[in-house]
Design a protein around this ligand. Structure first.
Ligand SMILES: [Zn+2]
Length: 80
């Protein structure tokens, strides 16, 4: 079973105040469509996420001493 770390999504803390988080519409590893993307400006950054039909998701990666917010995820293509 393939297991692929997705490229991290980075967004400055200032940008999170004014812009949605730029989650891709398809899984970067396998191309599966997103079935839920939560990235609105009025959603706190740690609640922003993307879920894909393959089971991959992007979730918030805590950054205490950094002004760059990060989201990370793993695709396990073929899992169901
Ligand atoms: Zn995938």
């Amino acid at each position: 079973m393939a297991r692929t770390i997705l490229p991290e999504i980075h967004q400055s803390r200032d940008e999170t105040r004014t812009q949605p988080t730029p989650f891709p519409n398809t899984c970067p590893a396998c191309g599966a469509l997103a079935h839920r993307i939560v990235n609105d400006v009025d959603v706190l950054e740690w609640n922003r996420r993307a879920d894909y039909a393959c089971g991959a998701d992007y979730t918030f990666k805590s950054q205490i001493q950094n002004r760059i917010e990060k989201w990370w995820g793993v695709c396990q293509e073929g899992a169901d």
